[in-house]
Design a protein around this ligand. Structure first.
Ligand SMILES: [Zn+2]
Length: 281
């Protein structure tokens, strides 16, 4: 009975979500099987939650899992949420993604005292789910995968109507403008962003990394009649399981669009000065 009630609640929620998306077309090839998404979500309760809290969090996270995979494509593995209850100054904290091992999945610190809408408007869950759209790329490439999750989380939220596209554009612009000075120094973009990464200058390397995806998305829309999200949906369906390193990912994305745009852009980030790259964002 319990299970029936939960599933019923979720189906109602899902219906609402689906209706809100009905105007946004997604290619047939990448159309999501919502039932499969629910089946492929698992919860691990690391600390004690009441049953009522669990029911509520499950519904919220089903919704996030659906929204994220609607944008990024269905992941070829079970999406596991590891939940820890904490008293915090916000609904979420201490969030991270693990790329491999028995605890592969999204780890969330959750404060159930906050409302559903506060939870849904927090970008962290979408950020951590986004990480799992890529394979583990190694610590040296943090700028790339943090930039990726930083960019994708807002795109997912816009596609899910949690933020407007105008809000996302203004967040992206403000955050990139705020780090311009950090890149006003000698060296290639890659050298400068690695410096910020090594000095834990989070906003510089998260948003510096996000510029790669901002620009790629812009180029894709202008010249290739596609988008970063569309490429990612294709990517989940095809190449990703064989990819091991950053260049594999870049080559897979090139193969999807049939041109070396992603490689050329990466070459620019590796070889052109930080100042020049930032002037093109
Ligand atoms: Zn992250």
């Amino acid at each position: 009975m319990k299970k029936m009630r939960l599933k019923g609640g979720f189906i109602l929620l899902l219906f609402t979500v689906l209706m809100s998306f009905s105007a946004r077309a997604v290619g047939d090839e990448t159309q999501l099987d919502s039932v499969q998404i629910v089946k492929d979500v698992e919860f691990v309760w690391k600390t004690s939650f009441t049953q009522k809290e669990k029911d509520r969090i499950e519904n919220l996270l089903y919704s996030c899992a659906y929204q994220a995979q609607k944008s990024l494509g269905k992941y070829p593995f079970k999406l596991r949420f590891f939940c820890t209850k904490r008293n915090m100054n916000g609904p979420l904290g201490g969030c991270r993604a693990k790329f491999s091992g028995p605890e592969k999945g999204v780890h969330l610190g959750i404060d159930p005292r906050y409302s559903d809408s506060e939870f849904m408007r927090d970008w962290r869950t979408h950020h951590e789910i986004s990480h799992l759209a890529l394979p583990a790329l190694g610590k040296r490439n943090r700028w790339f995968f943090e930039g990726f999750a930083t960019y994708c989380s807002r795109q997912i939220m816009a596609e899910a109507n949690l933020l407007s596209y105008a809000e996302v554009d203004s967040i992206n612009k403000a955050r990139v403008d705020a780090i311009r000075e950090d890149f006003d120094q000698k060296g290639t973009f890659l050298e400068v962003i690695i410096y910020h990464q090594e000095h834990w200058n989070f906003s510089a390397y998260y948003w510096g990394g996000a510029t790669y995806f901002l620009r790629a998305d812009r180029i894709l829309k202008k010249r290739y009649d596609t988008s970063m999200m569309e490429v990612l949906r294709e990517y989940q369906l095809k190449e990703r399981n064989d990819d091991r390193v950053l260049l594999d990912v870049i080559h897979s994305w090139d193969a999807i669009i049939g041109d070396a745009m992603f490689s050329r852009l990466m070459k620019e980030y590796r070889t052109v000065s930080a100042k020049t790259v930032m002037s093109r964002v």
